[in-house]
Design a protein around this ligand. Structure first.
Ligand SMILES: Cc1ncc(COP(=O)(O)O)c(C=O)c1O
Length: 378
């Protein structure tokens, strides 16, 4: 494996380390765009991994980038000055809305009537126009989803309709279409069914609202399988299904994050201690979930493999299940629980796969003030 060559070269002082195969991410993004064949535009959801090199590698191969805060917006504008940017997310401040106008955001995803009124006032005060998608949140069970966006995301169909009179009084706002991101972690079949549901609601609504050549952003949420790093979202089936749903004179757009970058990132560290507690074997690793919170948030065993250090090395365990923990003073600091290993010893390196999305950037870095990881790009 390409990453193992890098793992062997990392000095101890460089651990823990994130290794990102940005060239692999770029190729993967290009393949996704190719498979979708123009039926749907792809914007990369930068929240999955906003590392500048990642944003560049992926963002240059897709149609645009979706951001969810003023911070992400500035950052992505710096990393990719020419990118088409969509700005979504709940609770945008007036300062963020002004920033969106100043930095040339192409589409603003508006989350509530109050946000729309504030945006209208700001466009008037600044004498600028803004192109808007209204975010809808359709009711319904999100079967099979890892995360359903129940709660204050977007507007119910009743509430969204109250935006029309606001828009009628706001000459500097242009309604371009609707946006929906209803759930995450959906396989190709389930996400297609969900997107059909969105289209079935959106098309008549947009026709009644007289939006010419409407845009429908169908969100992200393509599944990844943490139990099998080789498994990939079935873009081919999804591409065929979404092509069959597409109609002329409208633009369909998606904004996947996790599935675009997760497979091309690794968190690499080494074993500081091996011991037993209450009959169970533990390996204590340098670093922890303050660097790599993914297994805690997903409540899963992060896939990993062991790269042996110099032998013999003790303490160690052989042919038994081991729990991999970090250096934090909390029982929640666990990467993987009771997973069988052939052998693991102090000094071995542990390579966690699927660390390319929602990993470093969602972690609580300052807890216990351990050193930060180093970052390496292939
Ligand atoms: C509005 C919106 N779009 C896109 C995404 C990306 O979702 P995923 O990373 O599951 O593809 C998210 C994730 O929360 C989101 O909230």
């Amino acid at each position: 494996m390409r990453v193992d060559a890098v793992v062997g070269e990392l000095a101890e002082r460089e651990l823990p380390a994130y290794v990102y195969d940005v060239s692999g991410m770029g190729k993967y993004a290009a393949r996704v765009v190719g498979v979708l064949g123009g039926a749907v535009e792809v914007f990369y959801a930068a929240k999955a991994n906003p590392d500048s090199a990642v944003v560049r590698a992926v963002g240059e191969r897709v149609a645009g980038v979706e951001v969810a805060s003023g911070g992400e917006l500035r950052h992505v504008r710096d990393a990719l000055p020419e990118a088409r940017i969509a700005f979504g997310g709940p609770g945008k401040t007036d300062a963020e809305l002004r920033l969106a106008l100043a930095l040339g955001v192409e589409r603003l995803h508006v989350e509530s009537p109050h946000e729309l009124r504030r945006l209208a006032a700001i466009t008037e005060a600044e004498e600028r126009t803004a192109d808007v998608l209204l975010r809808v949140n359709l009711a319904g069970e999100r079967q099979g989803a890892a995360l359903a966006m129940s709660g204050p995301f977007g507007m119910d169909p009743d509430l969204i309709t109250t935006c029309l009179p606001i828009l009628a009084d706001a000459p500097r706002l242009r309604l371009r279409g609707v946006h929906a991101h209803l759930a995450s972690g959906l396989d190709a079949h389930t996400i297609t069914a969900q997107q059909k549901e969105i289209l079935d609601w959106a098309r008549p609504w947009l026709a009644a609202a007289r939006v010419p050549r409407p845009e429908i952003n169908l969100g992200g949420g393509m599944s990844v399988n943490y139990a099998d790093p080789e498994d990939r979202f079935d873009w081919t089936s999804y591409g065929a299904a979404v092509s069959a749903l597409a109609l002329p004179d409208e633009t369909l757009r998606i904004e996947p994050g996790r599935a675009m970058t997760v497979h091309h990132g690794w968190y690499v560290t080494d074993v500081l201690d091996v011991k037993r507690a209450h009959g169970r074997a533990y390996a204590v690793l340098r670093g922890g979930t303050h660097h790599f919170r993914t297994p805690v948030t997903k409540n899963h065993d992060q896939p990993f493999h062991v790269v042996p250090g110099p032998r013999p090395h003790e303490p160690s365990v052989t042919a038994e299940p081991v729990t991999l923990v970090g250096q934090l003073c909390t029982p929640k600091d666990v990467f993987a629980r009771h997973v069988p290993v052939d052998h693991i010893a102090v000094g071995d390196r542990v390579v966690f796969a699927m660390a390319g999305a929602y990993a470093w950037n969602i972690s609580h870095h300052s807890f216990l003030m351990h050193p930060e990881p180093t970052f390496h790009y292939l």
